[in-house]
Every structure is written in C-alpha cells, then in structure tokens.
Ligand binder design. Structure first.
Ligand code: ADP
Ligand code: MG
Length: 245
C-alpha cells in the first residue's frame, strides 16, 4: 500500500441495530467463513465480479448471520448480488433430489416491475450456472400453467412481481410456507399504497418461523421504512451513501 495514496473509501456506510456482523472484504472471506457452493465462486469470477461492493460486503455477512435487514444504497451499487450471493450460499444445494427439503419455494424475491424481475432473474442465472437450481420467474409475461405447475414442486428461488405472485397464491398453486428468505427489492415502490395489500398477503403467506426478511432500496421514505421494520425482528439497518466531496 502506498502511504502517500491511502485507500479512500468511496462510500460512507452507516449501520444501526444490535451486533452487526463483521462485513466481508473479499469473496475469499465469504469462502472462508461460510463455504459457498464452488460453482458460485466460479460464476462470480467468470462474470468479473472480483470484489464485493460496499453494500455487498455488509449485506453478505448480515444475511449469512440470519438477520433481518433494511438496506439502502444508491442505484448501481450492486444491490442485486448483495442478496443473491448470500441467499445462494445459505441454500447451498438445489432442493430437487433432496428428500428432506420441504415443499414449495425456499427463497422469494419480489420486485415492483416485470423488467426489474427479469433483470434479477438474469443475474440469478449467471450466479447459478452449472448446477440444476430451479429458479422461477413469475411476471405478467410468463405463461400461467407451466410455471404455476413448477412452483407447486420444490423451487429454490422465485422472482416475482406482487400481482402475479398473489394471483398464484390465490389459485392455490403456490406454497410459501417453507420460504426462508423473503426479499423486497426496490422496496420503496413495493411498500407504497399501490402494492400494500399484495405485500401484506405475501408476507403473511411466508409463515415459517425462521423466514428471514430483507428490503433493498435506493431510498426508503419514513413511512415505507416503518412498514419494513415493523415486519422484522431485531433488524439491522444499513445505509450506504456516496461520500460527499
Ligand atoms: P442496484 O440494484 O444497486 O442498482 P445492480 O445490482 O443492478 O445495482 O448492479 C449494477 C451493476 O453492477 C450490474 O451491471 C451488476 O452486474 C454490476 N455489479 C454488481 N456487483 C458487482 C461487483 N461486485 N463487481 C462488479 N460489478 C458488479
Ligand atoms: Mg436494483
């Protein structure tokens, strides 16, 4: 390290909450502390995700420690991988073929628009390539019958818009009682009045006592934040801000 050019952190990070875990500094830390599936590390390298971003450093540890989380970080700072990497790590192996795995979905990611759900799905496919994970995209565009049928079986990760997810729940084709990870991405848009009823229904359907809840957003207005924290247990709140110059 050149003492004349000290490493300047590009971001100012503020955490609030009890016993926030030590962040990872590298994806090697992730490997040493939590033994992610080998193909995940291969896929990170293959896609040039060589170093975790600030939000990824913090959220990886927080999610791996099983904590509920509200994460606020500007657009473009890598929030998608900040939850996908630790979720895939904690799922470890695809559920199909695992007799002990419960029915239905293990992780659910909710996004306010079809386009966003599609982007998350694409990132997820990059990270899970090489193993037979069952990742299902539920958005308006997807044909009902095939994916509905899929979701009754063992699904590792569902990525969905709220309306589609609720329609699927109401048709009796979706089993969310074994979900261990529930993520609301772009939570400011999900927790506003437009989707309020759908979100209540989705949250209630994820009824497992060990479901971990996380919300991600670039901004979280007070009302939305209150609603988010209200559904959590002993949450950690993390804010990444661009350091003022
Ligand atoms: P946000 O949700 O915060 O707006 P995204 O998750 O969409 O950000 O990520 C923005 C871009 O940064 C994407 O193209 C993504 O592939 C890339 N990216 C994410 N994490 C990393 C990383 N650790 N290293 C390099 N690029 C990354
Ligand atoms: Mg995003």
């Amino acid at each position: 390290e050149d003492p004349q050019q000290p490493l300047q952190p590009k971001h100012r990070v503020t955490t609030k909450g009890n016993n926030a875990p030590v962040p990872i500094e590298t994806f090697d830390d992730l490997r040493e502390r939590w033994q992610p599936p080998a193909h995940l590390l291969v896929n990170l390298a293959k896609n040039q995700f060589s170093q975790p971003t600030a939000i990824q450093s913090h959220c990886t540890s927080i999610i791996m420690e099983g904590r509920d989380l509200a994460a606020i970080s500007p657009t473009g700072t890598g929030k998608t991988l900040a939850y996908l990497v630790p979720i895939i790590t904690s799922l470890q192996n695809p559920a199909s073929g695992n007799e002990d795995a419960g029915k239905g979905a293990r992780a659910v990611i909710v996004a306010p628009t079809r386009e966003l759900a599609q982007q998350i799905y694409n990132e997820c496919l990059k990270l899970t390539e090489g193993r037979k994970w069952r990742i299902v995209l539920f958005s308006k565009a997807t044909a009902n019958t095939l994916s509905d049928k899929l979701a009754r079986d063992k699904v590792d990760i569902i990525i969905a818009t709220p309306l589609r997810l609720v329609a699927c729940l109401q048709s009796g084709n979706l089993e969310l009682t074994n979900v261990r990870h529930l993520v609301l991405d772009e939570a400011d848009r999900l927790l506003d009045t437009e989707f309020h009823d759908q979100l209540e229904e989705i949250i209630a359907a994820c009824s497992h006592s060990k479901v971990q809840k996380a919300v991600f957003s670039a901004t979280l207005p007070a009302g939305a934040e209150q609603m988010a924290l209200g559904m959590m247990r002993d949450p950690i709140r993390i804010v990444v801000g661009l350091k003022d110059t």
